[in-house]
Write a protein that binds this ligand. Structure first.
Ligand code: G6P
Length: 612
């Protein structure tokens, strides 16, 4: 939620900031703004996308070798020019950009109003910059000290960068709860919400920790102190990200590129972790915790959105293969309902971004009750990856499209490896079955590739259904979470109302919706409860619903009943979601494109939800 970028150095800041904002636009696109210092402090902001800001500033003074930029996902105050960041302090000497929520902003604002401050926006951010300036004057301290004192009064989450006319060679950055990375170049520094705007300029980065303030001076070393005034030594790490991964590479949209990357990303998730010859699964990141996992009374999986759907597949996998009871929880519910957690529970937190605020808070809660926490994250060095006791990265590469695709299949791949590894430790799987799954896993990238070949046919089907109002997605067993994920993909990017349901539950409600207008997508792959799903298809057909079915290669039964069938290769039951989700991702993509929707940046959504 919200993207932050800042630059200080010898180059012109504006082009660097704009490029950085385009990279961070996945975090929010309600408005964008920049502030540049070149003797005068110029601030430009505009409702809408980064492209709207670029149009707006065309004939403006954009000079300056120091500047800050922001792309917003609105929380406090509607998306308009006034609420866009950066925000000035009351004397217009300082400007601030902010990602997060200042929870006690209303009390602070009231106090500032009684002290004569005027507000130009409805944001919590403007409160913070007025507070800082007020402290600076009242207590006669320098800006860094005023920021430090102010942050001690703030409740909530923030990543901020402040630029001031008074200190033309200095940026001040601070964070708590929201991410912030500092890029360290030659006589130049970058600050950003993630490493994507930084990677093409320098691979040396410092991840700021919670409650830390960075004082960034052009010609000096980076200084870091805590809000309790303790000096810290910056720890410089090397980025592993490469630039091509951040470009569209000839595809029309990031989402399509990421769908097509899955044979590779699934392979990367398995790389070095599976030895077919020896029949071994080895997850280095969690090896010290595998015994704990194998002996766990219960596994609790916490996640949000698509990652939660991957967690549901994880439940089936861990229960079937490792015979450990699993509960899958929405992190946002879990954290607020005083859950019963014991020291013998292992919590697995799943997150693509590693920054989802609710998942982070749920981790802290489980930690405080003594549970062991393992993470499955995609973004290396992210907050969740650092908050867990141990974990495994999915290695899917940067996912830019807001609708998650390759992260989902990578998460399921890792969950499968984890469940297999625990099953092996517990010795509760027949060796032949264990090896059969292992072998099947290695075949999955090829099967996903094959499933992608149905793209043209799926596009044709998308053309028929692109104008519908509703869609129902039904599946059983391992394909039930896939039905949920298919429905989520469609509503996220095409704004068509879609619901996922266990196929048998249809009789307890959704069947009432079925008429000749209602398309129903069945995931009806052979194995599992195939015959039962066929009966459910009959029930929909009897009520004249339109049937689109995802079936296994060579299927004839469903073909006779359905209006359209999309074939995928035959896959062993526990691994079927990795392939059956592919046509659903493509279907939602094509429908959204045909409806003229912004596929990579759907309205109201953001890729990384750093507010609760
Ligand atoms: C947002 C994104 C979803 C994602 C969810 C959880 O809603 O738009 O695509 O699944 O957050 O994000 P995480 O990064 O924790 O997996």
């Amino acid at each position: 939620m919200c993207g932050i970028v800042a630059y200080i150095g010898e180059r012109q800041a504006y082009p660097l900031l704009i490029k950085g904002l385009r990279r961070l636009e996945y975090r929010g696109y309600d408005s964008a703004g920049v502030a540049l210092l070149n003797g005068t402090l110029n601030l430009y902001k505009q409702k809408g996308k980064v492209a709207d800001l670029e149009k707006y500033v065309k004939d403006k003074d954009l000079k300056g070798t120091i500047g800050i930029g922001h792309t917003r996902w609105a929380t406090h105050g509607e998306p308009n020019n006034e609420n866009a960041h950066p925000h000035y302090s009351s004397t217009k000497r300082h400007v601030i950009i902010h990602n997060g929520i200042i929870e006690n902003y209303a009390i602070l604002k009231k106090e500032l109003i009684t002290r004569g401050y005027k507000f130009n926006s409805e944001t919590d951010t403007e409160v913070l910059i007025h507070l800082i300036e007020d402290i600076q004057v009242k207590e006669d301290v320098d800006l860094v000290e005023a920021v430090r004192i102010a942050l001690n009064q703030v409740i909530g989450a923030y990543a901020i960068v402040i630029l001031s006319k008074d200190c033309p060679d200095q940026l001040i950055a601070a964070k708590k709860g929201s991410p912030l990375v500092i890029g360290v170049g030659d006589n130049e520094f970058f600050v950003a919400s993630d490493a994507t705007p930084i990677v093409e300029h320098t691979k040396n980065v410092v991840y700021l920790n919670d409650n830390e303030i960075a004082i960034i001076n052009k010609n000096e070393k980076l200084k870091i102190k805590t809000i309790k005034n303790k000096n810290k030594t910056p720890y410089i790490e090397e980025l592993e990200m490469n630039l091509e991964a951040l470009e569209k590479g000839g595809y029309d949209h990031f989402m399509l590129k990421e769908i097509y990357e899955q044979p590779r990303s699934i392979k990367d998730s398995m790389r070095g972790r599976l030895n077919l010859k020896k029949g071994i699964v080895a997850l280095g990141g969690i090896k010290d915790y595998e015994k704990k996992l194998a002996n766990a009374d219960r596994i609790i999986i916490i996640a949000c959105g698509t990652s939660w759907h991957a967690g549901l597949v994880g439940e089936y996998l861990f229960e079937e293969l490792a015979r450990i009871p699993v509960e899958v929880e929405y992190a946002s519910e879990f954290r607020y309902r005083d859950p019963i957690i014991n020291e013998n529970d292992v919590v697995i937190a799943i997150s693509q971004s590693g920054e989802t605020a609710d998942t982070l808070a749920a981790i802290e809660l489980a930690k405080s009750k003594g549970a062991t926490i393992l993470g499955i994250c995609n973004v290396v060095g992210s907050s969740i990856a650092r908050a867990t006791d141990a974990g495994s990265y999915t290695h899917a590469g940067p996912e830019v499209g807001v609708a998650s695709t390759k992260a989902f299949t990578a998460q399921i791949t890792l969950l499968t490896l984890m469940a297999l590894s625990v099953a092996q430790k517990k010795g509760n799987l027949k060796e032949s079955y264990f090896r059969q799954i292992l072998n099947e896993l290695t075949l999955i990238p090829g099967k996903v590739q094959k499933a992608l070949e149905a793209d043209e046919q799926i596009k044709y089907i998308a053309g028929i259904y692109k104008d519908v109002q509703n869609m129902l997605y039904l599946g059983r067993g391992y394909n039930f979470p896939v039905a949920l994920e298919g429905a989520l993909k469609l509503k996220e990017i095409s704004y068509i109302h879609a619901e996922g349901y266990p196929a048998a539950e249809m009789k307890h409600g959704p069947i009432a919706l079925i008429d000749e207008e209602m398309p129903v997508i069945f995931i009806a792959t052979r194995k599992g409860s195939y015959d039962k799903v066929v009966s459910n298809i009959q029930e929909v057909k009897a009520r004249k619903g339109k049937i689109i079915a995802i079936v296994s290669e060579g299927d004839t039964t469903v073909k006779e009943l359905a209006d359209h069938t999309i074939e995928i290769p035959e896959v062993m039951e526990p691994l079927v979601p990795l392939v059956s989700v592919i046509p659903l991702q493509l279907l939602s993509y094509h429908i959204a494109v045909m409806r003229g929707c912004n596929v990579d940046q759907p309205r109201n959504l953001a890729k990384s939800v750093t507010v609760e």
